[in-house]
Design a protein around this ligand. Structure first.
Ligand SMILES: NC(=O)c1ccc[n+]([C@@H]2O[C@H](COP(=O)([O-])OP(=O)(O)OC[C@H]3O[C@@H](n4cnc5c(N)ncnc54)[C@H](OP(=O)(O)O)[C@@H]3O)[C@@H](O)[C@H]2O)c1
Length: 223
């Protein structure tokens, strides 16, 4: 996978906190960002709102429909709630073949006690994504990175991103993108089948966040 800068990076479900946070950081790194939504007008309104919040975006950020966010992108980020993933990916699969797809979806459910992993037939949200997108080069990453911290553009995001996937070049591209976020490092964790563990571990981080009222992240020592 070549890493021309700027890349055009599309976000499926990009109007939520995770899409906004990663989108802003990728724009800061000089990429062209397409924040996708089921409603292109809503996406455009979110981008206007973001431009006010950050006082002018460092890069080129556009709000578009989800289909355009895939069709026009070099790299696609999936930042949807798990519940909405299957239906939406089926609609856009034709635009994702051959592309690097970064799945950030956690298969988690929430109740008053916090987050808990949900069983996924495919193994994990990321493996389900790979099964729904034939020919896409799926890498699983950013599951364990707080959207709140991503959106605080003036602060570094001190974190190691655990990345897994079966396509080495796609994984390397994600390491490169993670490294473009101030304070962040990508750590390669193994094949896509490990995504279930990473997604489930996010429930543990959410437990830490609730207990300590913070936005915790992981550092891997010895690497
Ligand atoms: N928030 C975090 O700190 C964080 C951190 C790491 C990973 N994640 C993971 O990243 C993903 C996104 O998180 P988020 O907090 O940004 O989620 P979110 O706000 O719940 O959803 C993101 C966007 O997805 C779209 N959407 C919602 N339901 C949908 C459905 N049924 N079908 C299609 N689109 C739908 C919505 O956009 P439109 O209404 O504009 O279409 C929404 O703005 C989740 O899987 C989460 O586990 C989140």
């Amino acid at each position: 996978v070549e890493t021309p800068t700027p890349l055009t990076i599309g976000f499926l479900g990009g109007t939520g906190p995770q899409g906004r946070g990663l989108g802003l950081r990728m724009a800061q790194a000089g990429h062209r960002v397409l924040l996708g939504s089921r409603d292109a007008q809503r996406a455009a309104a979110v981008v206007e709102e973001l431009a006010e919040v950050v006082g002018g975006l460092a890069g080129d950020v556009l709000g578009v429909g989800n289909e355009q966010a895939c069709a026009d992108a070099d790299v696609v980020f999936v930042v949807l709630p798990y519940d909405g993933q299957a239906e939406l990916l089926e609609q856009v699969a034709g635009h994702c073949a051959g592309k690097v797809v970064v799945n950030c979806v956690n298969a988690l459910a929430f109740d008053k006690r916090g987050a808990v992993p949900v069983a996924v037939e495919a193994g994990s949200a990321a493996e389900e994504c790979a099964a729904l997108l034939p020919g896409a080069r799926v890498s699983s990453a950013f599951h364990d990175i707080s959207a709140v911290r991503l959106q605080r553009l003036e602060e570094p995001v001190e974190a190691d991103v655990l990345i897994c996937g079966d396509d080495d070049e796609a994984n390397q591209l994600v390491v490169h993108l993670a490294g473009q976020i101030d304070g962040m490092r990508g750590v390669l964790a193994g094949p896509l089948r490990l995504s279930a563990t990473i997604e489930a571990f996010t429930a543990v981080l959410i437990g830490v966040n609730r207990r300590y009222k913070t936005h915790a992240s992981v550092r891997v020592v010895g690497v």
